[in-house]
Design a protein around this ligand. Structure first.
Ligand code: G
Ligand code: G
Ligand code: MN
Ligand code: NA
Length: 255
C-alpha cells in the first residue's frame, strides 16, 4: 500500500490525534497557552510523527480532513479543561499554506468545529508559517482579518526562516510571532543568533506583538530569553508535546 492509500484509510478510521505542548509565560512560569501537534496513531506502526506524512497529505489534498481531525481533538480537550476549571488558555493549531489558499473551506471548517464544541473563539489560535504568509500576502492578510473578526487570533510560525518584508508583516493583524527554534538552539553560544533573537524581540515589541521562543531546551536559554524580554517560551525544557491525558495531569499539578 502506498503512503497515500495508508493515509486515506487512516483518515477514514480517524487515527489522527492532537498532542499538546505547553507555552509558558517567561516572567511567571505559568502555562498561558499550548500548541496542538498532530500525531498519527497507527494500529500497525504505533505513533508516527508529522514529518513522515504532512507533505504527502498536502500533495494529495488530504490536509484539510487531517487538520479537521486535529482541530476537533484539540477543541474537545481544550473545552474539557475549561469545563473542569483546570485551564482557561487558548490552543494553537497549525494551518498549512494550502488551507489559507482555500480560505472559504478553512473558515467553514473553523466555524463548524467551534460551534460543535460550543467553544468560545478566543480559545483558538491559528499558526501560519512565515513562508506561507509571505507567498501570497494579500490573500493571507485577508484570511487573517476574517479570522480576527470572528475573535480567533493568529500567530506567525517559524519566524526568521521565511523572507518577510517588514512593511507587509506590519499589515498582518496577528497577535504573536514565534521565533523559529533554529535561532534559539545556539542563542547562548552564537553571538550572531543572540543578536538576531534580540532584534526579533525588539521588532515584535515595536509592532505590539507577543513573542514566543520555540525549541527552548536548556535553563541557560531560558535565562537569556527572560533577560532580553521574550514574553513566552515553548520547548522540551518545560515539556515535550504530550497526549491529552498527560497534559491534563500537568494542569492538575501546576497552574
Ligand atoms: O510535532 P513536531 O512534532 O514534529 O511537528 C513537525 C512539523 O509538523 C512542524 O513543522 C509542525 O508545524 C508540523 N505540524 C504539526 N502538527 C501539524 C498540523 O496539525 N497541521 C500542519 N499543517 N502541520 C503540523
Ligand atoms: O514547526 P512548528 O513550530 O509548528 O513545530 C514545532 C516542532 O518543534 C514540533 O516538531 C515539536 O515537536 C518540536 N519541538 C518543540 N520543542 C522542541 C525543543 O525544545 N527542541 C526540539 N528540537 N524540537 C522541539
Ligand atoms: Mn507551530
Ligand atoms: Na516553528
Amino acid at each position: 500500500l502506498t503512503m497515500q492509500h495508508r493515509l486515506r484509510r487512516a483518515l477514514e478510521n480517524e487515527e489522527f490525534v492532537s498532542y499538546f505542548q505547553p507555552q509558558i509565560e517567561t516572567r511567571s512560569g505559568r502555562i498561558v497557552g499550548m500548541e496542538a501537534l498532530v500525531r498519527w496513531i497507527s494500529p500497525e506502526h504505533g505513533l508516527i510523527p508529522p514529518g513522515a506524512f504532512i507533505d504527502v497529505a498536502e500533495e494529495f489534498g488530504l490536509i484539510d480532513t487531517m487538520c479537521e481531525q486535529v482541530l476537533r481533538d484539540a477543541c474537545r480537550w481544550n473545552k474539557r479543561w475549561q469545563d473542569l476549571g483546570l485551564a482557561h488558555v487558548p490552543v494553537a493549531v497549525n494551518i498549512s499554506g494550502r488551507q489559507f489558499h482555500n480560505s472559504r473551506q478553512l473558515l467553514t471548517m473553523v466555524d463548524t468545529v467551534l460551534r460543535d464544541f460550543d467553544m468560545p473563539p478566543q480559545y483558538l489560535e491559528l499558526e501560519l508559517t512565515e513562508s506561507s504568509a509571505m507567498s501570497d500576502p494579500e490573500n493571507a492578510i485577508n484570511v487573517v482579518r476574517l479570522l480576527t473578526e470572528r475573535g480567533i487570533s493568529c500567530a506567525i510560525d517559524d519566524f526568521g526562516t521565511g523572507y518577510s518584508s517588514l512593511s507587509v508583516l506590519k499589515r498582518f493583524p496577528i497577535g504573536k510571532l514565534k521565533i523559529d527554534r533554529s535561532f534559539v538552539n545556539e542563542v547562548t553560544t552564537d553571538p550572531g543568533d543572540a543578536a538576531i533573537v534580540c532584534a526579533m524581540i525588539a521588532m515584535a515589541n515595536a509592532l505590539d506583538l507577543k513573542v514566543v521562543a520555540e525549541g527552548v531546551e536548556t535553563q541557560d536559554q531560558l535565562n537569556f530569553l527572560h533577560g532580553v524580554g521574550c514574553d513566552q517560551i515553548q520547548g522540551f525544557l518545560m515539556s515535550r508535546p504530550l497526549p491529552g491525558e498527560a497534559m491534563e495531569a500537568m494542569f492538575q499539578t501546576r497552574p
